[in-house]
Design a binder for this molecule. Structure first.
Ligand SMILES: [Zn+2]
Length: 413
């Protein structure tokens, strides 16, 4: 394979984008803002120079096409938008590595590869302004809830449909974006890990198995307020005692089932120093890559809450706040990804993704999908301290290009 691939150029372009659209607090490319528009115009120039055809779809996603002998398409995705005060790599690393892959393929096949290669910059992956992430990719996959999205507002009360209008997108037609997936045969996405798993294993790269399913619930323990001096210990209906027992229990559940569980908040009533707690409200977030194991985690938590309530002579009620199924990536593409990583740096590792990504939406639309993770220093993201070693950035571009090469052959069949 002739490789005019230049990973150092990707690192240089990431720095160029950082100085163009960031400040001392980090990246400022919040979707649909003037800085985001500026970042996109910068990206578009690079893409048109390849040369490749560039257009925005009905949902504001930016598609770049290198038309091949066959219409069957290999897609590569990322997002140039960031959270406010965000990191310099989240989302744009995927795109700029994709640009480099497109350059390599265009040069290798004199502009006409055997299959069509497309790069997509998803609109508003982060949902930083309207509180709804994966806007562009969920419009494209058909999973966007139109009634919910129509009434989304930012902190100033500006509605999402009005903001979309300003960038030339008609809210009522965003799902027409779905036709972009017609000839999609595979989808690849590179991303920084945003967690510490690869860092702890001292590995630069990993093949991603899929994204976690999530069960999010609110639990209320109902007891009885009583005087803290006059109520004997054996006569109390202490809502907090039952709720508090859930805290060590979720660690045992997570350990047994191999998932993650979090009690993220705890509110008590009446919440005064001289009263037994009458009502205790906690939230529980449970995640697992395996749907059956996730269901078991939920069932075990429910059983435990009933047991603790009974022990303490209180009641418990549950309310589901949100839920999403796990999304599994394509086994053959995971294999190709692991191979590409092993060929690049000797060792590979397979891991699930805790956060959701646009790739999950594309997979839900039925397109065979895989993601590659590169190590994050500090395991931190959505923060200006987000970083990855420069040598790892270069390695990930190289490995991702190898994956693109393998996936292209796979699509070719
Ligand atoms: Zn991202």
């Amino acid at each position: 394979m002739s490789t005019p691939l230049n990973p150092k150029r990707t690192v240089a372009e990431l720095k160029e984008l950082r100085s163009l659209t960031g400040d001392e607090n980090g990246a400022q490319r919040v979707a649909f803002t003037p800085t985001w528009v500026k970042a996109r115009a910068w990206l578009k120039k690079k893409l048109e120079a390849i040369p490749a055809e560039v257009h925005a779809d009905a949902a504001g996603n930016l598609w770049t096409t290198l038309a091949g002998e066959s219409k069957r398409s290999l897609l590569i995705g990322g997002h140039i938008d960031s959270v406010p005060n965000g990191g310099w790599l989240d989302g744009c690393l995927n795109l700029l590595a994709g640009v480099e892959v497109l350059r390599r393929i265009s040069a290798q096949y004199q502009g006409k590869p055997p299959v069509t290669i497309r790069l997509v910059d998803w609109a508003d992956e982060e949902g930083a302004r309207f509180g709804k992430s994966l806007f562009g990719s969920s419009a494209c996959s058909g999973n966007l809830n139109m009634d919910e999205a129509r009434v989304l507002q930012d902190k100033q009360g500006v509605r999402l449909p009005d903001v979309l209008k300003e960038i030339g997108v008609d809210f009522d037609r965003v799902k027409e974006s779905g036709k972009e997936l017609e000839d999609a045969a595979a989808y690849l996405e590179l991303h920084i890990e945003q967690g510490p798993v690869l860092l702890d294993l001292e590995l630069p790269l990993g093949a991603v198995l899929g994204t976690f399913g999530v069960e999010r619930h609110a639990l209320t323990f109902h007891g009885q307020a009583a005087h803290s001096g006059s109520t004997p210990m054996n006569r109390r209906k202490d809502a907090f005692l039952a709720a508090a027992k859930m805290s060590p229990e979720i660690y045992r559940i997570a350990e047994r089932q191999g998932g993650v569980c979090t009690i993220g908040s705890c509110t008590t009533r009446p919440g005064i120093v001289t009263s037994v707690i009458e009502e205790c409200w906690i939230t529980l977030d449970q995640r697992h890559l395996d749907a059956t194991a996730l269901a078991r985690m939920l069932q075990e938590a429910k059983a435990a809450s009933e047991r603790f309530a009974k022990e303490g002579n209180v009641r418990v009620s549950w309310e589901r706040l949100w839920q999403i199924e796990p999304v599994l990536f394509h086994p053959e593409l995971i294999e190709l990804c692991a191979e590409a990583i092993a060929e690049t740096c000797g060792k590979t590792h397979r891991l699930p993704s805790g956060p959701l990504h646009d790739a999950a939406e594309v997979a839900r639309a039925g397109v065979p999908t895989v993601m590659m993770f590169v190590q994050s220093l500090h395991g931190i993201s959505h923060n200006k301290i987000e970083d990855t070693k420069e040598e790892h950035l270069e390695l990930c571009v190289e490995a991702f290009d190898r994956l693109a090469h393998k996936a292209m052959k796979w699509v070719e069949g």
